[in-house]
Design a binder for this molecule. Structure first.
Ligand SMILES: Nc1ncnc2c1ncn2[C@@H]1O[C@H](COP(=O)(O)OP(=O)(O)OP(=O)(O)O)[C@@H](O)[C@H]1O
Ligand SMILES: [Mg+2]
Length: 254
């Protein structure tokens, strides 16, 4: 089993888009895929096919300590098994954080309960780093895929978390999303990232700013199906191919 956490320290970088797209594209590449939503927004579950925001999910099992999260497992049209985070109000979110502080291996025990073999994948969509559950995801993951936008603020945020992520993560790669070649400033930020992050960590596969992405979601579809000739369709297929090769290389090394 391969655990992949999609992470970023800034909001709206594209974590859920990348996580959901990779889950579906890896399933099409014949991997067994489970997706866990570790963000109270519960958007991933809607992208994967739920008609409405889910009320219950993983964290209700954490909070009441009795119910099993397995009952909240759904299967997408692509065959991706997924478990929503579950809805929390402010008080419940604080209770959840308090519980996670006393159970630093809670997510590890959830993952141990998932029956995915061999080249199967568990994709984790996370809340902004460093939330309590995101920290657990980083520690459990075989690969942390950090999504950054190519703007100065995001580069500063990434610079601040790079060292702690490198200490905790088994493997770390950075993918840049929302690249717009018409913006000369972005070329400077990408050059800065190459120096700060390093060529070995920064993926050459870039994801471009593409209006086809939100358009597709508005139609309840993935961009690679709704607009197969779009730039982002091409980019996401490229990223899925890279991840598939990473999984093969990892299996060879095991
Ligand atoms: N490459 C892209 N081009 C255009 N729009 C994009 C791109 N990637 C993501 N988006 C859009 O940006 C918005 C935020 O994306 P997404 O929800 O994936 O980010 P996130 O990092 O999960 O955000 P949050 O911090 O809220 O969890 C969505 O409306 C999505 O459709
Ligand atoms: Mg998200």
């Amino acid at each position: 089993m391969n655990v992949i956490a999609v992470v970023s320290a800034t909001g709206g970088a594209g974590r859920t888009t990348v996580c959901g797209s990779l889950a579906v594209l890896l399933a099409r590449r014949r991997h067994e895929v489970v997706a866990l939503e570790l963000d109270n927004q519960n958007v991933l579950s809607v992208y994967l096919g739920l008609d409405a925001l889910p009320g219950r999910g993983l964290v209700q099992a954490l909070l009441d300590g009795r119910s099993a999260w397995h009952a909240q497992t759904f299967r997408s049209a692509e065959g991706v098994l997924f478990v929503p985070h579950g809805a929390l109000d402010g008080e419940q979110a604080s209770a959840c954080d308090a519980r996670l502080a006393t159970m630093p291996c809670w997510l590890r025990s959830v993952l141990a309960d998932i029956d995915v073999q061999g080249d199967g994948v568990v994709m984790l969509d996370t809340a902004r780093y460093p939330s309590a559950l995101t920290m657990q995801a980083v520690r459990c993951a075989d690969l942390v895929l950090y999504v950054s936008t190519p703007d100065p603020a995001a580069a500063v945020s990434l610079g601040a978390v790079l060292a702690p992520l490198r200490r905790c993560a088994a493997a770390l790669h950075v993918v840049v999303n929302r690249v717009n070649p018409a913006h000369p400033m972005q070329a400077d930020v990408l050059a800065l990232l190459r120096v700060k992050v390093g060529e070995a960590t920064l993926l050459p596969q870039r994801l471009h700013l593409d209006a086809a992405v939100p358009d597709a979601f508005a139609r309840g579809a993935w961009v690679f199906d709704d607009a197969p000739s779009s730039q982002m369709s091409h980019d996401l297929h490229g990223l899925a191919k890279w991840l598939d090769e990473w999984l093969v290389a990892r299996a060879g090394g095991n």
